[in-house]
Design a protein around this ligand. Sequence first.
Ligand code: PLP
Length: 351
Amino acid sequence: MPDERTLSPATIAVTAGRPAGPGQPLNQPIVLASNFRDGGEYTRTHGTDTWAALEAAVGALEGGRALAFASGMAAASAIVYALAPKVVVVPTASYLGVRSLLSEYASQGIVELRAVDITDTAEVAAQAIGADVVWVETPTNPTLDIADLPAISAASRAAGARMVVDSTFATPLLQRPLEHGAAIVLHSGTKFIGGHSDLLLGLCVTADDAVYDRLVQARTFQGATPGALEAFLALRGLRTLAVRLAVMERNAAVLVQRLRQHPGVAEVRYPGQGAMVSFIVRGGAAPADALCAGVQLLVPATSLGGVETTIERRQKYAGDAHVAPGLLRMSVGIEDVDDIWADLAANLPPA
Ligand SMILES: Cc1ncc(COP(=O)(O)O)c(C=O)c1O
């Protein structure tokens, strides 16, 4: 096996985390055990080889040590536990679940939040002074804004704050936040890593051993452990991430171009890579809801990152009230792009 550091991410996604040695199975089997004979310990505290295989693969891709959790939210909760911040800089527009979690801690007086526009680097840098954690999500859910990771990292470091990066939308193939100085990278493995809308799983990755130990403690104390089948399926999903993403990005590029030319579309938001496309239809909420109700191939659904194209109007959630009423967030799948477009075009408002 060549030195992993010389391999490209698409190759590492296929090769990392496999049992080594003659006679070993190619894939780490699903270990269904909570208890082990003396010397093997207990699953919640020590994990299993099934988790370890997934963690080795994601760690190799991100350039750190990974830990798997029951869900992306479990991983986010573990980060708050592990870093125990008093002051957190948080994006105003980012994934609703994480913002709600942090707001709940704030309402209990556990943390103080400083809300920022994550694209306004000067503002983020100013708010980082006196903060313990700068929580970044990039691209953001659902507006697909991009944060300047190197600049925010430098400002956070100068201020003595740790940068946490939710990299769910970028996947481990499009962005490596540890290289930019992130203390922890967060993934909802439920999305692109799993890739088939059939599991819940989260991941944290860090290159800091002390932070790693705190995350292990968080998982152990909070008991937010991944299921054995979920860990197996997430690694199986990771094996094909590069090919799924390639098709999704090819489809996204075509759809973005056609949406931009459509008179019923006021704005298209696409960061230039990845499978997430958000667009604002003319006329607000009503035509956007009509589109979601009318599509036959696209799946109106809240989650994303699967092989199927899903679509949702986000402003219907109270926590996403700041989003344009007609904004539709689309997770582009691997179907034939002309089929996706035909369904969209048949349901877009005329102008
Ligand atoms: C950017 C982002 N982070 C974290 C999460 C939470 O992940 P999970 O649903 O696996 O708990 C989500 C879920 O939608 C998300 O979109």
